[in-house]
Design a protein around this ligand. Structure first.
Ligand code: NAD
Ligand code: UD1
Length: 358
């Protein structure tokens, strides 16, 4: 398939491009580069072994810009990563977050349908579960109260896309609820490149390890968890990337079922028609903050000084998923473990201490 990849220059998008090409797909990238660097796309092309990835510096809120891209490139589906994602910033700038994430997605979906492209995979997040009603979290767990505007954009966009699918069954909508992506491509050529002080745990750890920050603050050690620190479902970004390739099967399967083509080459069991497909994308294992720090030090042989700080507002104690549905329906499961995650995060950081900007 030829895939429109919005936000393809970003952390998860760049890794997904590699897996798409490896699986025989091609891509067209649209990104406004508000949180990314085009060098990432050059490196992706090098890794794949193609001269370049078709790229348009277009904002998804720019209807004309998107129209041009879709007029020039016939796309079978869109993987929609583009969006702002900094939780703290979303509290300071709610309008900007709603306008960019929700406004941008509404424009994107409208342009897609005008061009007859009605297959979309949307980057959702475990954040839609709020403080989850059950652990491990299944897709049947009710959505919860988000603690910030970023989270609400994900929760609201899930609803928007489900309603669009319900009203027009020609749409195929896949919502992937990511848990905590970490790691980097094994080459160390692409990885996570946060602006300023990282909010998330793994980039903070790697920046301490490389000497850019003095010590890690561990946000609370009095949670009801085995060692008192927060537990999360960390997933290697390459596993997350392959989940998108696996999710494309939903579109081929729906098409083959709809056209009654019969000879379905896919291994997936038949999926329900006329519904939005929702999957948790995690490993199903929960690791604490201190588990991550200890694994990082053990595997990489570098020191990560830390001290215990107060809890961070809005944090929950434990969040990990049951990823069985993705395995049963998409044939996907995570392959990488915690040692791979900390090794590859470090490999990227030490090869690129200033990210893409050096
Ligand atoms: P990222 O910031 O690295 O990538 C997002 C990309 O979208 C960036 O390249 C940015 O320049 C681009 N972008 C933003 N607004 C745009 C717009 N209006 N028009 C065009 N391009 C735009 O983030 P990521 O970590 O790769 O995340 C990708 C998606 O996954 C996001 O939607 C994010 O909310 C979601 N997600 C991420 C995480 C995570 O922890 N990284 C977890 C759950 C969900
Ligand atoms: C973050 C986002 C959430 C998103 C999720 C998945 C915030 C507040 N929330 O949540 O919206 O869906 O990622 O990508 O950013 N920690 C420290 N010290 C640090 C950083 C983190 O101790 O410097 C701890 C946190 O308290 C938490 C764990 O590490 O227990 C993971 O934190 P983080 O990487 O920010 O992810 P989430 O809190 O799961």
């Amino acid at each position: 398939m030829n895939i429109l990849v919005t936000g393809g220059a970003g952390f998860i998008g760049s890794h997904t491009l590699i897996e798409l090409y490896k699986a025989g797909h091609t891509a067209v990238v649209v990104d406004n580069l508000s949180n990314s660097n085009p060098v990432a796309l050059q490196r992706v092309a090098e890794i794949i072994g193609v001269p370049e990835i078709p790229f348009y510096k277009v904002d998804i809120r720019d209807r004309e810009g998107l129209e041009k891209v879709l007029a020039e490139h016939r796309c079978d589906a869109c993987i929609h990563f583009a969006g702002l994602k900094a939780v703290g910033e979303s509290v300071e700038k709610p309008w900007e977050y709603y306008e960019n994430n929700i406004g941008g997605t509404l424009t994107l979906v409208d342009v897609m349908r005008r061009h007859g492209c009605k297959n979309i995979i949307f980057s959702s997040s475990a954040t839609v579960y709020g403080d989850p009603a059950e652990i491990p979290i299944t897709e049947n767990c009710p959505k919860g109260q988000c603690t910030n505007p970023y989270g609400w954009t994900k929760s609201m966009l899930e609803q928007v896309l489900m309603d669009i699918q319900k009203a027009d069954p020609e749409w195929n909508v896949v919502l992937l609820r990511y848990f905590n992506p970490v790691g980097a491509h094994a080459s160390g050529r692409i990885g996570e490149n946060p602006n300023g002080i990282p909010n998330n745990l793994m980039p903070y750890i790697t920046q301490v390890a490389v000497g850019k920050r003095q010590e890690l603050g561990v946000f609370g050690n009095d949670y009801p968890t085995p060692d008192g620190t927060g537990v999360r479902d960390y997933i290697h970004v390459v596993d997350l990337a392959t989940a998108h390739v696996a999710a494309l099967k939903v579109f081929s399967e729906q098409c083959s079922v709809l056209s009654e083509a019969g000879a379905n080459q896919l291994n997936t069991k038949h999926l329900a028609l006329n519904t939005t497909h929702i999957y948790n994308i995690g490993t199903g294992h929960g690791y604490s903050v201190l588990d991550m720090v200890k694994a990082f030090v053990r595997v990489n042989g570098v020191d990560v000084p830390y001290s215990i700080k107060p809890r961070r507002a809005g944090d929950i104690a434990t969040c990990y998923c049951n990823p069985a549905k993705a395995k049963a329906e998409l044939g996907w499961e995570a392959k990488y473990g915690i040692d791979d995650m900390v090794r590859d995060s470090w490999n990227w950081q030490r090869q690129n201490p200033e990210g893409y900007s050096e």
